[in-house]
Design a protein around this ligand. Structure first.
Ligand SMILES: Nc1ncnc2c1ncn2[C@@H]1O[C@H](COP(=O)(O)OP(=O)(O)OP(=O)(O)O)[C@@H](O)[C@H]1O
Ligand SMILES: [Mg+2]
Length: 311
């Protein structure tokens, strides 16, 4: 059953230098219980995509987001806040573990979320359930953020996102800045939440992390989703030259000099009308001077002229 369908989603920030086209015409679909990984270089629009889904952007967002039969962008803000935000879709914000309020205990911070979302049930019970689902013990609730390790703080912010038992959680770089052992713990935690039926969006710049958890993958470049498909297809048979470059840049033990993609992404303030990856692409053809549309693949789509005949 389709849980989330995103159609032609675009989000633009206004800045002193003009509009920043951070998310541009993104489509994807996710079924209940599935997880999607979003990967791409820094500033390609990954966080903006996540924030758009939970309507945390004040600037303009257009297109369609259908979640659990609700048309998210058309809902009234108070209805969205009362019925959807945190209750059905929540988010572990990028860097959230570093923005826990230092002057409040963890319990007080949980209580604040319950207050914001007008929770009127048994607060102690629901907080303990959330703590339990991330394997944190009750005594952690009395602590202040500075008394916790990085891994514990990350668990706390994940527990905060799980607090109201949402169906869909967006986790934005939840393992960045953690050591590899703690990273593995957090990934295992997300895996077990998924096993329990939760749907996930995992945003990361590290494609290796996604292989363990994502059923589907969206690769973003310059504000666009340049390839979307099943993770099996993306890993085994990546189509977009950018996806291929990203996968080749994952270091391996036998590789003394990991490959990288030369050049830098385009500025989102001044986007070219040609394929956004053209200047860095090793496989470009004449046609690439035009921006490619989405060409269907077996499990999704690719924005690359090399696949024009496939459709
Ligand atoms: N509030 C804002 N106002 C103006 N521009 C913004 C704002 N937030 C983000 N941007 C710009 O939007 C673009 C996309 O940013 P976003 O944070 O979505 O990228 P990202 O892919 O999550 O990057 P990272 O991997 O570094 O987290 C960037 O060019 C960024 O500078
Ligand atoms: Mg980000």
């Amino acid at each position: 059953m389709t849980l989330l369908k995103v159609d032609g989603l675009s989000s633009t920030y206004s800045s002193s230098k003009g509009p920043v086209y951070a998310v541009d015409d993104v489509d994807f679909e996710l079924n209940s219980g599935e997880s999607i990984g979003i990967a791409g270089e820094s500033a390609c629009g990954k966080s903006t995509l996540g924030l758009s889904l939970i309507r945390m952007l004040s600037d303009s967002t257009s297109g369609k987001i259908i979640f659990d039969d609700n048309s998210i962008l058309e809902m009234d803000e108070s209805k969205f806040n009362d019925e959807i935000r945190w209750k059905k879709i929540s988010m572990v914000f990028q860097g959230a573990m570093n923005s826990l309020d230092p002057v409040f205990t963890i319990n007080e911070q949980f209580m604040e979320i319950l207050k914001q979302h007008k929770f009127d049930g048994d607060s102690k019970k629901i907080i303990l359930e959330a703590m339990n689902s991330v394997s944190l013990e009750e005594h952690v609730l009395k602590k202040y953020p500075h008394e916790l390790s990085g891994g514990m703080k990350q668990r706390v912010v994940i527990a905060m996102a799980l607090l109201l038992k949402p169906k869909f959680v967006i986790a934005d770089e939840p393992t960045t800045a953690l050591d590899v052992l703690i990273q593995a713990q957090i990934i295992n935690l997300l895996k077990s939440l998924k096993k329990d039926g939760m749907s996930l969006m995992l945003i990361t710049h590290d494609l290796a992390v996604l292989s363990e958890i994502a059923d589907k993958i969206g690769i973003m470049y310059g504000g666009q989703m340049v390839e979307f498909g099943s993770s099996e297809q993306i890993y085994k048979n990546p189509k977009h030259p950018y996806t291929q470059g990203l996968l080749e840049s994952i270091p391996t033990l036998s590789d003394n000099t990991p490959k990288y993609i030369k050049g830098i992404p385009p500025s989102l303030l001044d986007l070219p009308t040609q394929c956004r990856f053209l200047e860095r692409c090793p496989l470009s053809i004449e046609k690439c001077k035009e921006l490619p549309p989405k060409f269907k693949t077996k499990t999704g789509y690719v924005r690359c002229w090399l696949y024009e005949e496939v459709t």
